[in-house]
Structure formats: C-alpha cells, structure tokens
Design a protein around this ligand. Sequence first.
Ligand code: NDP
Length: 467
Amino acid sequence: MSFDYDLFVIGGGSGGVRAARIAAGEYGARVALAEESRMGGTCVIRGCVPKKLMVFASQAGLMAEEMRGYGWEGAQAGRFDWSVFRPKLDAELTRLERAYTANLEKAGVRIFHQRATIVDHHTIALADGTRQTAKHILIAVGGRPALPGIPGEDLGLISDDLFLLDRLPRRAMVVGGGYIACEFATILAGLGCDTVQVYRGDAVLRGFDRQARDLATLQLGQIGIDLRLNVTPEGLERTGDRIRVMLNDGMTEDVDAVFWATGRDPYTGGLGLENTGVHLRPNGAIVVDEWSQTAVPSIFAVGDVTDRVNLTPVAIREGHAFADTVFGARPRKVGHAGIASAVYLRPHEVAQIGLTEEQACARGDVDVYATEFRPMRSMFAGSNAKVMMKLLVDPDTDRVLGCHVFGPDAGEMIQLAAIPIGMGATKADFDATMAVHPTAAEELVTMRTPARRHRLAVQAAGGTAAG
Ligand code: NDP
C-alpha cells in the first residue's frame, strides 16, 4: 500500500517538531506535520519561554532591595510598564515561531497550519476537508489546562491568558500550589500586582522534598503574596468589572482576575481516537509502551499527551528517540527515572533530582546530608533568606539517591548535579570534588556529616534515629 507520507505528526510543539525534523532531515522520511495553533507549542508560545522572560522581568524589586543593602542609596525598581514588555514578548515569540517553522521546512517537512483528526490507523482528516495518508502517525498534541469544575469557573483565566493580557490586573488570585501556580504568583507579585494564592494543601509543590516545600511556602509569603493554605474556591461570580471568589473557609475575595493553575489534562478530546484501537487512561492520556508505540502499531505518541513526565526536554527526547527507532534503524528508549526539574521562584528557586527525603526513607536506610544557611550575597544586603542543599545517600552503597536545592539559580545547579548523579556518583565522589570558592553550590561538595540518619528498622520499631 502506498501512502502520501512516511510520517504524519499531529502537533507542532517540542516533541512533534523534534520527531518531524529528525525523521525528515536526518533520515530522509517524507514527513508532514499539522498544527492548529502557533508553531512551537506550549513551551514556546504559552509556557516555559514567556514564563521565564516574565520571571526575569519580575525580579527588579528584589534586585533593587538587595542593591540598597550594598549601598546603592535610593535604588528603586521604578514602575513596570506592561505596554513596553508585552510587544517585546510578542516579537520574541514570533521570532521563535518563525525559527521552528523555518527549521522544519529546511528539513523538508510539509506543514499544515490547521487542525488534524484521525480517521483510521493510516488516515488523517484536515480541517479544510482534505485527507492525508501516512505509514506512521505520531500524536504530539500535548495537554490543556484543567479547570476544577466549580460554578462560575469560566470567569477565571488559564495560564495561556497571562501572556495575552492587555493590562495587568491590580489584584489577582492564583489557584493551585503546583509549578504553574507558584511561578505565576511569584511573577504577578514581582510585577506589582496585589496577589492572593489559594492552595488546598498545607505546603505548596506537592511531590517535592518537604524541606524545600516548606521553604518555598515561606518564601511566597515573604515576597508579599497573600498565600492561603488549606483553602479552595467554591464558586466565582461577576460583581461589576471584578470577580468575587467564594472560598471554602467562608471568606470571599474580590479580584480583577483569577488564574486557574489546577493541573493540565492530555488534549485527546475530539482527536478521533475512537476510530482507532488506541487505549486511553481515565484522564485521557494515551497509553504507550517504552518505544512510545500505542496499541496500534502504526500510531505513536510522545510528550504530555502520554502523561509520563510532563516536561519539555522529556518530550523532545521522546520525539527524537521515536525518529531514531522508526526511521533511523537506531532503536532508542527514553528513561523516565531520575529526571531533574526546577520551579522558577524568586528570589530562590526550587530544584530537585531523584528521591525526596520522604521517598528515600520509605525505600530503606538513608543518610541525609543537609544544610540551611544564609548565602553571602543576600546576607550582606541584610536578608534573612535561607538557602537549602540536601544530598540523600544510601549508607550501604554510598550512592547519591537524591539532591535538592532551594536557592538562587538552583535550576542551573541541579542541571550540573544531574550529570554525576545520573552516572551513579557516590557521596565519596562528591567529597573528592574540589570546591569552587566562594559559591553557594560548593556546599554540595563540602557537607561532611549527615544531619540525620534514617534507619528503616528503627522506624518500624516506632522512631527515627538521628546521629
Ligand atoms: P501541577 O500538577 O504541578 O499542580 C496542580 C495544582 O493544582 C496542585 O497544587 C493541585 O493540588 C491543584 N489542584 C488540582 N486540582 C484542583 C482542584 N480541583 N481544586 C483546587 N486545586 C487543585 O500542575 P501545573 O498545572 O502547575 O503544571 C502542569 C505541569 O506542567 C507540571 O506537572 C509540570 O510537569 C509542567 N510544568 C513545569 C514547569 C517547570 O519545569 N518549571 C513549569 C510549569 C509547568 P494538589 O497538590 O493538592 O493535588
């Protein structure tokens, strides 16, 4: 049977673009890609890239405060002008979008700027009514913000909307305690918005190490966010040009904007998957094997739509491995364990790789090398903000099981720590590494004595040994 293409990719985000570019550019496959929105997907257009630029924009106040501590009398951040920033942001995203398109075209990929749905195991229907056939179909459509399902929720905005606002809200509420909620609340507060963050749990960033979570929770309050813990909205209603939020603690809040940051769902609705034998999990995620192959041999899926580890570099790696395997005769799997990540808060970021202290304790014996200290730079300026570094070590093998950093540029640090830890480094390897002085990161190679030793047998007997 002959097909129009060797590969048809649905979705022009991180995973889809990488797969298409490698399949066509490196392996000579005939590739088409459909994208219903802007090329680049969530990361480039409405996620990582605009978010990080806004994080940079939002730190002027903290920097001015620090500089006053260094003797720059009267140093002030001034007034943030969204009408200057927003067009610059738009221009940068347009530049990136063009670069993505150009790179695909250079590799010989045919791009359809329209929605695609699946008709059968080898056929795609495009929004213009035409049909295309392909030997392989790759689904890389990503995820979409999930709403909590409460009355009036349509009055709220989703994360995509932050980057498209005509003006910043004077008073905003961010709902959630995950990556997006904490980053958005930090950005909004840094840009001068009166920011309320409500989270249903007792410490933000569930899934991260508890010590880091507690420090992050504290920091959100310290930078001026009105953080309400153990609270969740029950309904929204319009009052004039504002929004009234009814909270489950009996309080109401009037704000100019509400941002839902209550998780993301795989974007599989309306894709035509009912026409195929592809299996979905209850949340709509596509079930794939270690080769990113679905239950249908001709259909593969990568990235957030599979809900494995929902991070851009993972989607890119999965897309690349798919192309190597299917078109390059170089079978490659992607490991999903031990992936580092960072949350871009200010002034201190949260970053981690491997097990949390809680997970390590549940797994077996662990020695915890941990330190909290006031770093030279901000302490000199009069700040009490603490940095935290932690290594979790298996006492039997000396292997480093996890690393956690709460501090300035923690994301940059964890990227480098991820290399030795991924290679199986021991605590002795860290100890043997000469410190770079004076840095904050040198603490990672100078912690000599465990702050705590957890022993499973002792815990089972009713306590935790410390020594
Ligand atoms: P997360 O899963 O990180 O957080 C969702 C938050 O919403 C949690 O605090 C959750 O609470 C809360 N929540 C969920 N449902 C409800 C509800 N019905 N009512 C109230 N609260 C609710 O998702 P995000 O949307 O923040 O981010 C999505 C993904 O995007 C992340 O998992 C991450 O992989 C990726 N991402 C990565 C970034 C980075 O690398 N820096 C930045 C942004 C996103 P609870 O904890 O109690 O379940």
